[in-house]
Design a protein. Structure first.
Length: 411
């Protein structure tokens, strides 16, 4: 990873500021959506557009499986597992997979199934047995796989999630050999809506292959020397009835348990942006998680229309450059867009980080071409919430070419 030289300054950036009901401060006081917790955020910038009780840790049930399959994908990337390798179903996993009280697809004990197919049914059908089989392929116990999940969560920025197992079930719901010793039988995975949004944001930004799977309306699984079985998605956003004009649903993950209620984390494309919504414990029942999610997207469409470009003030549209002419290069942050409305103005704190390979002592080094990404600009708008503690970040790009002037001496 490239190291960065930090070129820090505080700037005032003039933009229009939101007064919508999705304002972060007002959101914590008003139950705009019928759920214990809800949130909508921009996956590219990290801006939290609306949040309601989003910091309270709550049971999340099978939403946990997003974290599980990311751990598996990392194991494949690192060469410890292979997408096509067969995974044998143990008696304990077989019992869970054939128990109608769980999300079962009838995996056969003693048979083997390709790892990539187990991942698919874990995401599409939320198959508990398939998820346990994946965890067993990566680790020798529930506790050791939990450690991998916790490590991944910390990497993402989720530091206080409670992880009991890869599935999202209560510890006591698993067979004795699968439970974690010393943990109460009623214990289950918990995290806040903000934590779920961080995980989903990381998921869509780093695992496009998994996002594609999570958006399938059906998938198939086949045991060695067995028949092919087709399973359909349980995410009703993908099967019609909850459409919002202009919004393209990408899928993601449901979760259901007695304590978690009906939960849903979703991703969607709108106005060229990827959005994340979270509904934890929808108060109206199982399908209300889809209704509340639809309502959230519709509110965004009605209230905002489109994100707006955040322009830097004139003073900070240029960066000093050494050994070149002109002495400063014009820069912009075209990806830095925010969801706002209203006509108020407010100050913003900002910080520029230049790439170490392109700069020295806070100055760019000539020559440099137009369209070069020279680093990032991080903006922390006053009163605007973000999934990231540092605020909203975007690439900083040069708007002109600066040639090298070897005769020019700049200290």
């Amino acid at each position: 990873m490239k190291r960065f030289i930090k070129f820090m300054t505080v700037i005032l950036v003039t933009v229009l500021v939101s007064t919508i009901p999705a304002n972060a401060c007002a959101a914590e006081q008003t139950n705009f959506f019928n759920a214990k917790a809800s949130l909508i955020a921009d996956a590219k910038s990290g801006q939290v557009i609306y949040e309601q009780n989003a910091k309270q840790k709550l049971p999340v049930a099978s939403i946990s499986k997003l974290l599980t399959v990311m751990v598996i994908a990392d194991e494949v990337r690192d060469g410890q597992l292979k997408w096509t390798q067969p995974i044998k179903i143990s008696p304990a996993v077989g019992k869970i997979s054939n128990n109608s009280e769980y999300s079962s697809i009838g995996l056969q004990t003693g048979k083997s199934y390709p790892l990539n197919q187990l991942v698919a049914v874990a995401l599409v059908k939320s198959a508990d047995g398939a998820t346990l089989a994946l965890a067993g392929a990566a680790a020798d116990s529930t506790a050791s796989f939990n450690q991998r999940m916790q490590k991944k969560a910390r990497q993402i920025g989720v530091k206080d999630a409670t992880i009991v197992n890869a599935v999202g079930l209560r510890n006591g719901d698993l067979l004795k050999s699968q439970r974690v010793a010393g943990v109460a039988n009623k214990a289950e995975n918990t995290m806040s809506a903000r934590d779920v949004a961080k995980i989903a944001t990381y998921f869509v930004n780093h695992y496009p292959h998994l996002v594609e799977i999570a958006g399938l309306t059906s998938t198939t699984i086949q045991a060695t020397n067995g028949k092919t079985k087709t399973v359909k998605t349980i995410n009703k956003l993908l099967t019609g009835g909850y459409a919002v004009n202009g919004v393209q649903y990408l899928g993601l993950k449901t979760g259901t348990s007695d304590k978690a209620g009906a939960c849903l984390v979703s991703a969607a494309k709108y106005q060229g942006r990827t959005l994340i919504t979270v509904v934890l414990h929808a108060n109206g029942g199982n399908d209300d998680r889809f209704t509340q999610t639809q309502k959230m997207y519709q509110a965004l469409v009605d209230e905002y229309g489109a994100p707006q470009q955040l322009h830097l003030t004139k003073r900070y549209q240029t960066i000093p450059i050494k050994h070149g002419l002109p002495l400063k290069v014009r820069v912009a942050a075209p990806a830095l867009k925010i969801w706002i409305r209203g006509d108020a103005k407010a100050p913003y704190h900002a910080k520029v980080d230049l790439k170490n390979s392109l700069a020295k002592n806070g100055n760019l080094l000539a020559p440099i071409k137009k369209g070069t990404t020279i680093g990032t600009i991080t903006v922390k708008p006053k009163g605007m919430a973000s999934l990231n503690s540092y605020g909203l970040k975007a690439p900083l790009v040069t708007q002109q070419t600066v040639n090298h002037a070897s005769w020019l001496k700049i200290c």
